[in-house]
Design a binder for this molecule. Structure first.
Ligand code: HEC
Ligand code: HEC
Length: 163
C-alpha cells in the first residue's frame, strides 16, 4: 500500500469507530430513558411507596405530578395528605425527574399513569383477563408483572403475567 492509501484506510477505521461509539451512546441513553431511568429520594420512597410502589417520576410529566401533589387529600379515593415540608420536598423531586418527550405529550384527566396514551399502547396485547387476576387486581399494580418496577425497570424481557 502506498502512503495515501494507508492514510485512507486509517481514516475510514477511525471514523467508523467513532461513529459506532457515538451511536452506542445515543442508543443507551434512549434505552435508559425508556426503561431503566431511576431516581430516588428517601422521603418520596417512604411516603409514596407505603400504599403502592413508589412510581418512578419519569412515568408522568411535571404538570401531572404538580396536580397530584396539590390534591393529596383526595388521592384516587383516599387521603394521602402530607405535611407541607414533605410535600414540597417530594414535589420538587418528582418534577425534577419527571417524564419528558413522547411520554409527556398528553396528560390524562384522571392523572393516572395507566390512562396515558403510551401506557395503553404498550399494554394493548395484555389479555383483558390478566388485569382482573386476583394476583394483579389493578393495572396500577406494576410489580405484579414487572419484577423490576420499583427500580424503574420495565424491560420486556423481564415481564411475567401471573396465571
Ligand atoms: C394512603 C395510601 C396512599 C398513599 C400514601 C399514596 N397513594 Fe398513590 N394511590 C393510592 C390509591 C388507593 C391509588 C389508586 C390505585 C388503583 O386504582 O389501583 C393510588 C394511585 C396513584 C397513582 C395512579 C396510578 C395509576 O393508576 O396509574 C399515582 C400516580 C400515585 N398514586 C402517586 C402517588 C404519590 C406521588 C404519592 C406520594 C405523594 C402517593 N401516591 C401516595 C393510595 C396512596
Ligand atoms: C398484567 C401485567 C402488567 C401490569 C400490571 C403492568 N404491565 Fe407493563 N407490560 C406488561 C406487558 C405484557 C408488556 C409488554 C411487553 C412486550 O412488549 O412484549 C408491558 C410493557 C410495559 C412497558 C414497555 C416496555 C418496553 O420495553 O417497551 C412499560 C414502560 C410498562 N409496561 C410499564 C408499566 C407500568 C408503569 C405499570 C404500572 C403502572 C405496568 N406496566 C403494569 C404487563 C403488565
Amino acid at each position: 500500500m502506498n502512503n495515501a492509501r494507508k492514510r485512507l484506510v486509517f481514516d475510514v477505521v477511525v471514523w467508523s469507530a467513532s461513529l459506532m461509539f457515538v451511536f452506542g451512546l445515543v442508543t443507551s441513553e434512549a434505552m435508559a430513558d425508556s426503561k431503566r431511568s431511576f431516581a430516588t429520594n428517601e422521603k418520596w420512597k417512604a411516603e409514596c411507596g407505603s400504599c403502592h410502589i413508589a412510581y418512578q417520576p419519569n412515568l408522568l410529566p411535571a404538570s401531572a405530578w404538580r396536580r397530584i401533589m396539590a390534591g393529596l387529600d383526595k388521592h384516587f379515593g383516599t387521603d394521602a395528605s402530607l405535611d407541607a415540608a414533605s410535600s414540597a420536598e417530594i414535589g420538587a423531586f418528582l418534577e425534577r425527574n419527571a417524564g419528558s418527550g413522547k411520554r409527556a405529550a398528553s396528560v390524562p384527566a384522571s392523572l393516572r399513569i395507566t390512562d396515558t396514551r403510551w401506557f395503553v399502547r404498550k399494554h394493548d396485547e395484555v389479555p383483558r383477563a390478566a388485569w382482573k387476576n386476583p394476583q394483579v387486581k389493578t393495572a396500577a399494580n406494576c410489580s405484579a408483572c414487572h419484577s423490576g418496577a420499583e427500580r424503574g425497570d420495565f424491560d420486556e424481557d423481564a415481564v411475567r403475567i401471573p396465571r
